[in-house]
Design a protein around this ligand. Structure first.
Ligand code: FES
Length: 107
């Protein structure tokens, strides 16, 4: 299990314990986090699971694939250096305690 904290644009923060292998998008939608939609179900084809990862933890993340980088071109809120797609980040021990901030809008 991996604790992930989601901070919505409003500032509301919620922490959930995700099973190993769950995507951060799955963890958000399953727990009713408003700031993530996940329209494509996690196939890296919608960019509605955009999140901003705590910059101090970027080195703990797997590199973004070409597909993810291409989809990040289409996010609705500003893309930043710490922008990632939550469906491409899988819960594991390396991500324990990770904080992700959610953008103002996903569409
Ligand atoms: S859920 Fe569609 S790109 Fe992540």
């Amino acid at each position: 299990m991996t604790h992930i904290t989601y901070v919505e644009a409003s500032g509301e923060a919620n922490t959930f314990n995700l099973p190993e292998g769950w995507s951060l998008m799955q963890g958000a939608t399953t727990n009713g986090v408003d700031g993530i939609i996940g329209e494509c179900g996690g196939s890296c084809a919608c960019a509605t699971c955009h999140c901003y990862v705590d910059e101090a933890r970027l080195a703990d993340l797997p590199e973004a694939s070409e597909t993810e980088l291409a989809m990040l071109e289409h996010v609705a809120s500003p893309r930043k250096p710490n922008s990632r797609l939550a469906c491409q980040l899988k819960a594991n021990a390396k991500l324990e305690g990770l904080v992700v901030h959610l953008p103002e809008t996903q569409e």
